[in-house]
Design a protein around this ligand. Structure first.
Ligand code: ADP
Ligand code: MG
Length: 244
């Protein structure tokens, strides 16, 4: 299985630099978190990896498939990138059942009917939602909808899963439960995951490694212990709650 490599990424909006020289590598099966305050460029980084935005320069690849090499004209379109996406507003289509919501990405990929059913049931089973496959989204709690959104993100077995603050719509108690459950799901599925959050507790408890973002720059990449014990800058120390 491939690793994700992001090199020298730069991005501006209307002349304002939002990402400057972003470099990181996510190993196969790793849970890698982009952590930083609101507005520091985490979602823009994910959008570049997903192909929803193009950087001004830099390269992005998964294994030996080059998604972006600096030239937007040769960029692989989002649907060609074999990535699972779950964003903050994990909107499910309200007029479709849970199974219908999972079927759509498979239909887009031209997966046959019987295979669709097998993959949908397998993904729903992984998130303990199989018994609700024929319900509609409004009949589910927020936590259940969030699980279904994750199942939709993994149903076609993407190479890399991109999660942008997927727990932020949940209340604090459900968020704690969802965190525990998300970690066990990731271990079970073994999928390479890039997780975005502004919540240092979430990052510390879920991640194999964390990249700390501030003002569009990477301050430090390391394990939760490294980041906590030896923050590279006073900004990192301040952000994770250490007062060195
Ligand atoms: P984060 O996810 O870390 O909160 P974002 O990546 O969403 O940060 O945003 C980084 C910066 O880029 C912010 O200042 C934001 O206002 C700006 N930005 C993001 N998307 C756009 C856009 N489409 N057009 C203009 N500015 C944007
Ligand atoms: Mg964001």
């Amino acid at each position: 299985m491939p690793e994700l490599v992001v090199e020298n990424l730069k991005k501006s909006f209307a002349g304002n630099a939002v990402l400057e020289d972003i470099n990181f590598t996510v190993a196969d099966g790793e849970f890698f978190t982009l952590l930083g305050p609101s507005g520091c460029g985490k979602s823009t980084t994910l959008a570049c990896v997903a192909g929803l935005e193009h950087p001004e320069s830099g390269t992005i690849r998964v294994g030996d498939q080059v998604f972006f090499d600096g030239d937007p004209r040769s960029a692989v379109p989002p649907e060609g990138r074999n990535l699972g996406l779950v964003f903050q507003s994990y909107a499910l289509w309200p007029h479709m059942t849970i199974a219908g919501n999972l079927a759509l990405p498979l239909k887009l990929r031209k997966v046959s009917g019987p295979e669709q059913k097998r993959l949908i049931d397998e993904a729903l089973d992984k998130v303990d939602m199989l018994h609700l496959r024929d319900r509609y989204p409004h009949q589910l709690s927020g936590g259940q909808q969030q699980r279904v959104a994750l199942a939709r993100g993994i149903v076609y077995a993407p190479g890399v899963l991109l999660l942008d603050e997927p727990l932020s719509n949940l209340d604090a108690k459900m968020r704690d439960q969802a965190r525990i459950w998300l970690k066990s799901l990731q271990r079970e599925v073994g999928i390479t995951t890039v997780y975005v959050t502004h919540d240092q507790v979430e990052a510390m408890s879920l991640s194999d490694r964390i990249a700390v973002f501030m003002h569009g720059r990477l301050q430090q990449v390391g394990t939760p212990t490294e980041i906590y014990e030896t923050p590279a800058t006073p900004e990192v120390a301040g952000f994770i709650g250490r007062c060195n």
